[in-house]
Design a protein around this ligand. Structure first.
Ligand SMILES: Cc1cc2nc3c(=O)[nH]c(=O)nc-3n(C[C@H](O)[C@H](O)[C@H](O)COP(=O)(O)OP(=O)(O)OC[C@H]3O[C@@H](n4cnc5c(N)ncnc54)[C@H](O)[C@@H]3O)c2cc1C
Length: 438
């Protein structure tokens, strides 16, 4: 159960010039939303971002109801909706033959979960959060590269690249996939999936074939998939092409190259192949995640967002989880506020945050890996998967209820997980050729 249901005003406006209560390292979607959530509680928050400017990649982002629920509470949902697109359906198709496998009716989904599923340009969502932080007096600083962390005596400090040290009662490390704080705290390695993503968000005027911007379309195929949806009221088309890199599997340094992109989609249906030349070719994103860990807190430093739980993006929950993190942390800060002294029991707050979020995000990271395996199947397994997906009743939400319902504040509120259908139990319909059969 969540504690509040409607948009609420901030309790006080923080003063950006004073020593902060909280330092947030990283001004991505995770860092900014956490800063905003805590500033709404009247805390003085400073964000340290390494880049010369705050910003995001100019590509699309899917935002599920477990996040739009929070944006509504923050009073930001209407603006986000006005900048994004609310598609009517999400369709999954087979990338080889183009046939429909299953769909989510996003209007019905909104009714079920109470909040919409929307898609938005990343920089638009980032800009909404940045402005919201500014309005609450969050102290937003660029050119601040954090190189080290320390914690002692109920405080934590960061060292910056220029040698300066800053400290606060709490440091939130929202420094992304390659987090310095994660290295300091856990010292674990990234896990390389050998998959790479190409993106392309382009004006609709540059698209010569017909596309349906009223849907989020996902084509799943052997060792590849392809996502498409509209952005900015349908003015733009967002595409994501993801594939397994043979060069990565062969241990080559230079992997995920554009020639591999073309080859990976050679045997897909025409709708997918038509999209590949529209991808950006000068940039790509190698797909790494990390094995889940149970400790995100060291003294007064806490990990958040991709620094804590970078997923493979197949459930479209990475930024969503980051926004949930900030909301959950802020709720626990409120619960642990001592009314007599107006101080926060930070240790209790971060322990409570860690207790629930490590469990939820573990589920997401591990399920995202399995999701990817399911999407990328080949041969008989692909045909079996297609049978299972085609058999799914349109109103069966059992596989997303655990994700899209209200964000849990304590482990006891975590919903039950869905039970996957074992593919071995399904008889494959061998009526279509597969890439390995061909
Ligand atoms: C292809 C693709 C598609 C995706 N699609 C979706 C989707 O549809 N929905 C969804 O919810 N998620 C999606 N994700 C995942 C999502 O993008 C990430 O999970 C999310 O952006 C993480 O946000 P973050 O703020 O934690 O990290 P980041 O966005 O990585 O931000 C980290 C920030 O910290 C700064 N920083 C880093 N190191 C330092 C330092 N040492 N000092 C100071 N600053 C530092 C960086 O400059 C950056 O601004 C997708 C990811 C990919 C790759």
């Amino acid at each position: 159960m969540t504690e509040s249901s409607g948009p609420t005003a901030p309790s006080t406006v923080a003063d950006g010039d004073a020593t902060p209560d909280v330092l947030v390292v990283g001004g991505g979607i995770g860092g900014l939303s956490a800063a905003y959530a805590l500033a709404r509680e009247g805390l003085r928050v400073r964000v340290l971002e390494q880049a010369p400017e705050f910003g995001e990649v100019g590509a699309g982002l899917q935002v599920a109801p477990n996040c739009t629920r929070i944006l509504h509470e923050y009073g930001l949902l209407e603006e986000v909706k006005s900048l994004g697109v609310l598609p009517s359906a999400m369709l999954m198709r087979d990338a080889v033959d183009g046939s429909e496998l299953t769909r989510l009716d996003l209007r019905d989904l909104e009714e079920r979960y109470g909040f919409p599923y929307l898609v938005i340009h990343r920089s638009d969502l980032h800009a909404v959060l940045l402005r919201a932080c500014r309005e609450l007096g969050v102290d937003l600083r660029t050119h601040q590269r954090v190189t080290g962390y320390d914690t002692a005596d109920d405080r934590a400090s960061v060292t910056l690249a220029d040698g300066r040290v800053e400290d606060a009662e709490l440091v939130i490390a929202a420094d992304g996939l390659h987090s310095v704080a994660r290295q300091w705290m856990a010292g674990d390695d990234l896990v390389n999936s050998a998959y790479v993503a190409y993106r392309g968000a382009i004006p609709l005027a540059d698209v010569t074939r017909e596309v349906n911007l009223d849907e989020v379309s996902v084509h799943v195929g052997p060792r590849c998939h392809f996502v498409q949806y509209g952005l900015r009221g349908g003015e733009m088309l967002n595409q994501v092409a993801v594939f397994e890199s043979p060069k990565a599997l062969a241990g080559e340094e230079d992997w995920g190259t554009p020639d591999e992109l073309d080859q990976a989609f050679d045997d897909t249906c025409e709708d997918v192949r038509a999209g590949i030349p529209l991808m950006w070719r000068d940039r790509s994103w190698r797909m790494f995640d990390r094995d889940p860990i149970d400790r995100w807190v060291r003294g007064r430093v806490v990990l958040l967002g991709d620094a804590a739980h970078p997923p493979l993006q197949y459930l479209a929950q990475g930024a969503v989880m980051a926004i949930e993190d900030g909301w959950v942390l802020a709720r626990h800060v409120t619960r642990q506020r001592r009314s007599t002294t107006d101080t926060v029991d930070w240790d209790a707050a971060v322990r409570a945050f860690e207790a629930v979020r490590t469990q939820h995000c573990r589920r997401v990271v591990l399920t995202a890996r399995s999701w990817g395996e399911l999407w990328h199947l080949d041969g008989t397994a692909r045909l079996r998967r297609n049978v299972v997906l085609r058999d799914r009743a349109i109103d069966d939400y059992s596989f997303v209820d655990w994700l899209y319902g209200p964000t849990a504040l304590v482990p006891e509120e975590l919903p039950p997980m869905f039970q996957p259908i074992p593919l071995d139990a399904v008889e494959a319909e061998r009526d279509q050729p597969t890439l390995t059969d061909a």
